[in-house]
Design a protein around this ligand. Structure first.
Ligand code: ME8
Length: 515
């Protein structure tokens, strides 16, 4: 498999200190949509997610729960896996940092760094935030707290250090040479100015607890949870075996998708660790924005966690997926509100897309003997609509390549809008009596446009798209992007099953289980 046709996308591996919420679902969803898009476009995809199971934060959560750490992480990790089932994620792998394949990998990376003299033994004396699992300099503190608002504690202990200070110029040169390494551009600027401000050597081991990967040849230290966690991205493709088929196919990764909170770890520390070990850095880190809930920060202490399982039970999988990727320009912060969710479900999905499909397929069912009609010659209105549908792929490719999910969806809904206007203008129900041949042409054009819309909407609304394609009698193996345009056109005369509604309106009486 050549690198040009492969695509490797990763989510952060989530801390197992607590159950998954909508923020975790969001990042993984974005990766899922990307992975699905690339597969449909003929690429060999690896979509990786998983859980980050070591470190002080997780150890404390286990102690608070009164459970041994391994038992605790097994339990919470399973909840992150279950999230994937609820949201139809198609990850190809799920990595856990407590797995032997990962422990071996991170220990080897450490040895490579020691071998090249990038790691030395010293003493850390400074501030640490367990919540952020991050070291902070005195000057970074705001009112005695981390800049994130997390409490900090003074830590003084023997520690290994990574010579991060030596990487300032090389990192700046790397960002310069790879302008799309950090997206969106505003985030890139933040990272560049942080690095320009100077880098301190980074403490990469801890001695005050033992829930972590022991440092090779010095088991009194466990690795700092971030060097452990970041390495998951290469563990999952077979590192330290750099001849492993997956490693050769997929590394360097195409996109590490992260929230803006952990950009520094991915865009500064990670490429420095990799380049120091003479491993290629990833091609891109995309840092998306932060969700709030009806205007408030989502947090356990506020008690406003949005449980993705509840959301899906109330609104439907496709609806939640569509809402999250459509509502907020990807990269910006966003606010969740039930009103907005219902607005998208009823407006975009039920009225615009669902009704289009329903009314066209019902007309075909009633007026064309339940089979795809035979079209006559196309006029300019027909061509304009078909061209718009056929021409969507290049636009979508461009948007997906830069993780602009909202723009890809806006484009598709532009086609849906045009198709709805075409139905109104052509009025096929009136043609039934006056010009049945023309009615057949109009309905055929619409059936083909709907086929395109269904194929192209699969990455975001896979269930609805599959239902539409079933109703168009499109075979399971004829649903990829290679079937767009004339290639996969529905042969006139194809029997079509009885249509059923695809995107229902919101039922205000639908209850959330457990509420
Ligand atoms: O940071 N809005 O794990 P984590 C949007 N283990 N995204 C959100 C969010 C919100 N309100 N809340 C969480 C870690 N996220 C480390 C990562 S990777 C090598 C190690 C998402 O469980 C977002 O992607 O704290 C954020 O970056 C991630 O969850 C943090 O997950």
């Amino acid at each position: 498999m050549s690198k040009e046709t492969s695509y490797y996308v990763t989510t952060p591996i989530y801390y197992v200190n607590d159950s998954p919420h909508i923020g975790h679902a969001y990042t993984s969803l974005a990766c899922d949509a990307l992975a699905r898009f690339m597969r449909l476009d003929g690429r060999t995809v690896k979509f990786l997610t998983g859980t980050d199971e070591h470190g002080e934060k997780v150890a404390k959560a286990a102690a608070e729960a009164g459970v041994a750490p391994q038992e605790f992480v097994d339990r919470i990790s399973a909840r992150f896996r279950a999230l994937g089932t609820t949201l139809d994620f198609t990850n190809d792998d799920f990595i856990r940092t407590t797995e032997p394949r990962h422990i071996e990998s991170v220990r080897q990376l450490w040895r490579e760094l020691v071998k090249r003299d990038w790691i030395y033994l010293g003493t850390y004396a400074g501030w640490y935030s367990v919540r952020d699992e991050a070291f902070y300099a005195e000057k970074e503190l705001v009112d005695g707290k981390a800049p994130t608002g997390a409490p900090v504690e003074w830590v003084e202990e023997p520690s290994y250090f990574f010579r991060l200070s030596a990487w300032q110029d090389r990192l700046l040169a790397f960002y310069e040479a790879n302008p799309d390494f950090i997206l969106p551009a505003t985030r890139r600027n933040e990272v560049v100015s942080f690095v320009k401000g100077g880098l301190n050597d980074l403490s990469v081991s801890r001695t005050s607890f033992d829930w972590g990967v022991p440092v090779p040849d010095d088991p009194g230290h466990v690795m700092y949870v971030w060097i452990d966690a970041l390495t998951n991205y290469i563990s999952a493709v077979g590192y330290p075996d750099m001849n492993a088929a997956d490693y050769r196919t997929f590394w360097p990764a195409d996109v590490h998708m992260v929230g803006k909170d952990i950009l520094r770890f991915h865009a500064v520390y990670w490429p420095a660790f990799l380049m120091a070990a003479e491993i290629a850095p990833p091609k891109r880190v995309f840092a998306h924005g932060w969700w709030t809930n009806e205007g408030a920060k989502i947090s356990k202490s506020v008690g406003n966690i949005i449980d993705p399982h509840d959301l899906v039970a109330r609104y439907g999988v496709d609806q939640v997926r569509y809402f999250l990727l459509r509502e907020v320009p990807f990269g910006n912060d966003g606010d969740f509100s039930h009103r907005a969710m219902i607005g998208r479900k009823n407006g975009d999905l039920a009225n615009d897309f669902g009704n289009l499909v329903q009314r066209v397929l019902s007309m075909v069912q009633r007026n064309c003997a339940a089979a795809a009609p035979e079209p006559g010659p196309f006029d300019s209105a027909d061509r304009a609509l078909l061209d718009q549908a056929w021409g969507s792929l290049p636009t979508l490719r461009e948007q997906y390549a830069r993780q602009r999910f909202h723009l890809a969806l806006i484009h598709l809904w532009g086609v849906i809008g045009a198709a709805n206007r075409y139905v109104d203008e052509q009025a096929p129900w009136a043609l039934r009596k006056t010009d049945p041949a023309r009615m057949n042409t109009v309905l055929y054009v619409l059936v083909e446009v709907i086929r395109h819309l269904a194929i192209l909407s699969q990455p975001v609304t896979p269930r609805g798209a599959a239902k539409i394609l079933d109703q168009l009698a499109v075979a399971a193996e004829a649903r990829d992007f290679g079937q767009l345009g004339a290639a996969g056109a529905i042969p006139p005369g194809t029997a079509l099953p009885k249509p059923e509604g695809v995107f229902p309106r919101h039922d205000p009486d639908a209850m959330v289980p457990g509420s």
